[in-house]
Design a protein around this ligand. Structure first.
Ligand code: SAM
Length: 229
């Protein structure tokens, strides 16, 4: 019963990885990967007790307690250098939280880990952090499921700064090139939402917030420009 979203995330985890799934909740992702013989070891990290119990339950139920270790910890504190983790997945949370987890956990990163990140929102902030910390975005994906659009960002440390333009940081360097239907729909919906905000602002009785309206108009123009490339 794995969601299409997590299946997509799983597809970017390299074969025979030693992975850490941070914010694992039910540990569905590592359990699915273990069932399919894709991983040799996993840490299922959770900061909250309830979700950690969910993970423990699922891991025991599926009999993977020999290779999937649930650990109660904040972010990358769940991993030890001796775990030799070579892939970290962080899915289903905001991009700002994912960035904070990476930022606070830098002492736990060897630089050899592939990062497979699935922010629900806040993709710009996350890509900006990756760029500023010498990561290269090596793949991206976008999927739609149950009325939500999800982006997946895969990154690797390269020890040099790969420069991304503001458009690439906002829309995704791979996604902007691919222009998939899901991508186009996401940004068309975003435009509709922005127009609604402008309409609301225009109805303000006294002070129409001209500057804010103009700023949103600029964003809409930017989306048009990107979609017509
Ligand atoms: N990764 C799963 C997925 O994509 O379906 C679960 C996503 S769930 C919405 C987010 C989980 O992240 C929650 O279980 C929450 O407890 C956990 N979480 C939030 N902040 C965390 C942190 N700093 N360290 C570890 N886990 C965290």
């Amino acid at each position: 019963h794995l969601s299409d979203r997590l299946k997509k995330v799983a597809s970017y985890v390299p074969l025979n990885s030693r992975m850490a799934d941070i914010g694992s909740d039910h540990a569905y992702l590592p359990v699915y990967l273990a069932k399919n013989n894709k991983i040799s070891f996993a840490v299922a990290g959770e900061v909250a007790k309830g979700p950690l119990e969910n993970a423990e339950h699922e891991i025991n139920l599926e009999k993977f307690d020999d290779i999937i270790l649930p650990r109660l910890a904040d972010g990358l504190d769940a991993i030890k250098l001796s775990d030799n983790i070579d892939c970290i997945t962080i899915a289903g949370m905001g991009g700002t939280l994912i960035r904070d987890i990476l930022k606070r956990g830098q002492n736990k990163l060897s630089g050899k880990e592939k990062l497979v990140l699935q922010p629900n929102v806040g993709e710009f902030i996350l890509r900006l952090w990756l760029m500023n910390n010498e990561y290269k975005i090596t793949n991206e994906d976008i999927i739609r499921e149950d009325g939500h659009t999800y982006e997946i960002i895969v990154a690797e440390k390269v020890n040099e700064t790969i420069h991304y333009s503001d458009d690439e940081l906002q829309f995704g360097p791979f996604l902007i090139k691919e222009q998939s239907q899901v991508f186009i729909d996401k940004w068309c919906n975003e435009k509709i939402r922005m127009r609604e905000v402008i309409n609301q602002m225009n109805q303000a009785k006294k002070h129409r917030p001209i500057d804010r309206i103009n700023a949103i108009e600029d964003k809409i123009s930017k989306i048009d420009e990107v979609l017509n490339k």
